[in-house]
Structure formats: structure tokens, C-alpha cells
Design a protein around this ligand. Sequence first.
Ligand code: CMP
Length: 138
Amino acid sequence: AENRTFTMIKPDAVADNHIGGITKMIEEGGFRIVAMKKTALSEERAGQFYAVHKERPFYNDLVKYMSKGPIVAMILEKDNAVEDFRTLIGATNPEQAAEGTIRKAYAKSIESNAVHGSDSDENAQIEGDFFFAADERF
Ligand code: CMP
């Protein structure tokens, strides 16, 4: 659906006890949580999730990083969800992330950047389906 996006709280942000802080920013940003789970990605699953980045120089490090500990996956709902969520999370590189964004508050580096956000409606659908069955969405 075009009013939904997908996010993950990444392993370092989970390890640093920022699930609550990040979820609070998401809800206060006007997003409704449709689905949510704490889980972990094996290297194989992380590689599948980030297959679009396979040719990038950072791919192997990204796969290792995303599989080093548990993550929190969510489907979020709001008008204009994909674009508005990318505004809320801020730039990929936290040095360029605006004040008030999730990455400004919680990201440590361009790789350990606290959260993922889908970049299109099509990928939001694919990424949500990667983690959640129909009966896990409310
Ligand atoms: P995300 O929005 O989840 O999508 C791809 C991820 O790759 C990105 O967040 C970062 O964690 C990582 N990434 C993107 N660009 C770089 C880069 N130049 N160097 C290292 N990691 C990167």
C-alpha cells in the first residue's frame, strides 16, 4: 500500500537500548505501527535483504554488520509514508543528518546509522513481505 513503509532498527541501536527512543520518535512523527518484531538476520538473510547493493564496495561489511545481533523490524503507516519517513530518519551519513532526525540522535557512522527506511513504495512492499505474514499486520 502507498501509505506504508518498512523500517529496521539496526543491531548497534538495539544493543545500545535505543528501541524505545527510536520507536517514540516514530510514533511522535505521526506513524502508526502496523507490524513489529525483534528478530535477527543470518548472513544469508541479510545478503538477500540487501541484494540490491550486491555490487557496492560496502556490501560485505553491510551484511556482516546487519547480522551481528538482533534487529527490530516494523511496517509503518502514514500518508506519504516512504518520503516522510526518509525525512524523519535523516541522511544516510549522520554527519549530514538534520537536527531532529533519528540518525542525528542515534547514528554512529554511515554504516552504523541506527535505522533503515525503504526508498520506494515498491521496496516498502517487498521489504515488509520479507519479515511479516498477513496475520502479523494490524
Ligand atoms: P540503509 O538505508 O539501510 O541502506 C543501505 C545501507 O548500507 C545503509 O543504510 C548503510 O548502513 C550502508 N551504507 C550505505 N552507504 C554506505 C557507505 N558508503 N559505506 C558503508 N555503508 C554504507
